[in-house]
Design a protein around this ligand. Structure first.
Ligand SMILES: NC(=O)c1ccc[n+]([C@@H]2O[C@H](COP(=O)([O-])OP(=O)(O)OC[C@H]3O[C@@H](n4cnc5c(N)ncnc54)[C@H](OP(=O)(O)O)[C@@H]3O)[C@@H](O)[C@H]2O)c1
Length: 344
């Protein structure tokens, strides 16, 4: 076990950093020592505002600092692969924001670089570090709702920020990459199987990215999962799973709000099934609830990264896992473009 904390550098002054900075600061096994920006002035201002000791005016300068052990990459999606490889080649471990890459070939490049350079590259899909996700995975594995037949997820909001990186096709924009990627990751994680066939439709905006995306996945077990992601809808998140013996509902499946509880509702039969003409009675049910209070999945994410870097613990999200997620998303995108189902 390493005695010294893992020393982190932030690559960019992105807004998402603000979720990780307090976690790194309160962590005993991590230390935030640097931030890099394309502009020295911006880096200086950011370092002063957030109490970060070192400020670099280019990403390369931070990579040349031997004191930095781990780089948190919060760049636009289209820059994740290039900079993850450059970090690895500078001997740095990487926690890179989701989506880790935009093609399976890019994930293969990352795997090659991580192996060659002897570092860890891990995707920062916060939801995967959340206790609720592991709990749902366990419930599904124990067949708490029987065999899963269908799942559903919503992740939507209204994007009102002209010039946002999410609108730029060259940067890997689109609601599927930004929001739908969580739904796909959730479904694969809790079902613990991979999709075998997908179908999708989308509505594109003026920049060419999808503003709304409706994706359907069929898994090798026969389970279906449907999700809707959108930059042009009322803000909503939720997910559910329907099985042969029960139903699960989550009101905050992929958003981490430390001050807001995540509520899980499990509905199952209570005793003998109610007699009804078609076997479709809704009586004899019990509802159980589990509430996750005060969970900060970003804290769990940085602690987990410390365990990987300092103790050699296996990453929560392996590169094989990220590759499978990217494979499913790129198949969904292809289906939406070509207007036909795609077999994986
Ligand atoms: N895990 C989560 O909960 C979560 C939530 C939101 C976003 N994300 C992910 O985090 C990443 C960043 O998202 P964000 O919304 O926080 O980003 P953002 O605020 O738009 O910031 C992106 C940063 O990237 C740098 N950058 C370098 N080249 C750029 C370019 N050509 N155009 C724009 N910015 C450029 C800029 O920093 P400098 O100018 O300082 O170099 C900029 O501040 C994305 O991959 C997103 O998917 C994750």
């Amino acid at each position: 076990m390493g005695d010294k904390p893992a020393r982190w550098g932030l690559m960019s002054t992105a807004r998402i950093n603000e979720r990780l900075i307090p976690c790194l600061k309160r962590s005993e096994r991590n230390e935030l020592i640097a931030v890099a920006s394309r502009s020295q002035n911006a880096a200086n201002r950011y370092a002063a505002a957030h109490g970060i000791p070192k400020a670099y005016g280019s990403y390369d300068e931070m990579l040349a600092d031997p004191a930095v052990d781990v780089v948190y990459i919060s760049l636009p999606n289209g820059m994740h692969t290039e900079w993850s490889v450059r970090c690895a080649e500078a001997g740095k471990h990487v926690l890179c924001e989701k989506p880790l890459a935009l093609s399976v070939e890019q994930v293969d490049q990352l795997r090659e670089a991580a192996d060659r350079c002897g570092v860890t590259i891990q995707e920062a899909t916060m939801m995967r570090f959340h206790a609720q996700t592991s709990y749902v995975r366990k419930l599904v594995a124990e067949e708490a709702i029987g065999e899963v037949r269908m799942g559903r997820g919503l992740f939507t909001f209204t994007l009102e920020r002209p010039g946002d990186i999410r609108l730029d096709p060259a940067m890997g924009g689109g609601s599927i990459w930004d929001l739908g990627s969580y739904c796909v990751s959730f479904a694969r994680t809790v079902l613990q199987v991979e999709p075998v066939e997908v179908f999708a439709v989308q509505t594109t905006g003026p920049t060419g990215i999808d503003m709304s995306f409706s994706g359907h996945l069929k898994f090798s077990t026969g389970a279906f999962f449907h999700f809707f992601s959108s930059f042009a809808s009322f803000t909503q998140v939720d997910a559910d799973l329907l099985g042969t013996a029960g139903y699960l509902h989550l009101d905050l499946p992929w958003v981490n709000r430390v001050n807001q509880s995540a509520n899980l509702r499990l509905v199952r039969e209570a005793g003998a099934r109610e007699a009804s003409t078609f076997g479709d009675g809704l009586g004899n049910r019990k509802t159980e609830r589990r509430v996750f209070v005060g969970v900060d999945a970003y804290q769990d994410e940085v602690e987990s990264m410390a365990a990987t870097v300092l103790d050699g613990a296996a990453p929560v999200i392996s590169l094989e896992d990220s590759r499978a997620n990217v494979a499913a998303i790129t198949a969904l995108c292809r289906s939406a473009r070509e207007g036909r189902p795609v077999v994986l």
